[in-house]
Design a binder for this molecule. Structure first.
Ligand code: CTP
Ligand code: CA
Length: 222
């Protein structure tokens, strides 16, 4: 069932949530970003706080109000997000809802890149995988939860990430379809863990977040 104001199932626990996109600067006026709105991560943070958790929300650039009872830390790049996440530890639960850039410019230009030849190749390097690092390094964590936005083979790719990153749970959703995804207010998604899964019907992100936090409480005691 949904969260009641009296449901304090996460009281005494610290939850770190990452949300939103990251922006990787190319030069003083340009960046590489993505379409993440941050809504899902913010809704999950709000829901966890309503259940009594101490919540730190590490947010990339978004246009959303800070949920009640949540400590918000604003960052821009993947590197800054990684620093802020580890600075928020120790914690009991990590929920990686951010759409972290996979690549960042090897060297951001100090001055505006000028137009010259007919084509331009960017030199990009991999960013650290914050979620995998959290799952690998942090022993006090009771649950490490990731998200996976996929355009195809959703269950297969999500389960692959669950195993590869040693997560306790991954929440997958299909992006690039009419209903759901990065910019919409509602979404359909499926949670996968080692020996189970649960489908969530398309619903507003605030409701999905409550249902997801219900499942997190269940898995915490499993
Ligand atoms: N993630 C992260 N740090 C990164 C990249 C991703 O913490 N540098 C986290 C995201 O917050 C999300 C999960 O990993 O919880 C899955 O992100 P996703 O982009 O779906 O997977 P990737 O491992 O980056 O693989 P790919 O983009 O190739 O599908
Ligand atoms: Ca990625």
């Amino acid at each position: 069932g949904g969260a009641q104001a009296t449901d304090r199932a996460l009281a005494g626990l610290k939850v770190v949530v990452s949300a939103g996109p990251t922006y990787e600067d190319l030069d003083p006026v340009r960046y590489l970003g993505n379409r993440s709105s941050g809504k899902m991560g913010f809704a999950v943070a709000a829901s966890a706080a309503r259940r009594g958790a101490e919540v730190v929300l590490v947010s990339g650039p978004v246009n959303l109000p800070t949920p009640a009872g949540v400590k918000r830390v604003d960052v821009r790049s993947a590197a800054q997000m990684r620093e802020a996440v580890f600075a928020a530890f120790p914690a009991d639960i990590y929920i990686g809802a951010a759409a972290v850039a996979d690549y960042t410019p090897r060297l951001p230009a100090a001055n505006k890149i000028k137009k010259s030849s007919e084509s331009l190749a960017l030199d990009l390097v991999r960013t650290p995988d914050i979620l995998a690092e959290v799952a690998a390094r942090t022993q006090e964590l009771k649950l490490v939860i990731g998200f996976a936005a996929e355009t195809e083979r959703v269950a297969e790719y999500a389960r692959g990430k669950l195993v590869a990153k040693r997560l306790d749970m991954i929440i997958a959703n299909r992006v690039g379809v009419a209903d759901g995804g990065f910019e919409s207010d509602s979404n359909a998604m499926t949670a996968f863990w080692k020996d189970g899964e649960r489908a969530f019907a398309s619903a507003p992100k605030t409701q999905l977040a409550d249902e997801l936090v219900d499942l997190i409480v269940e898995r915490l005691h499993a």
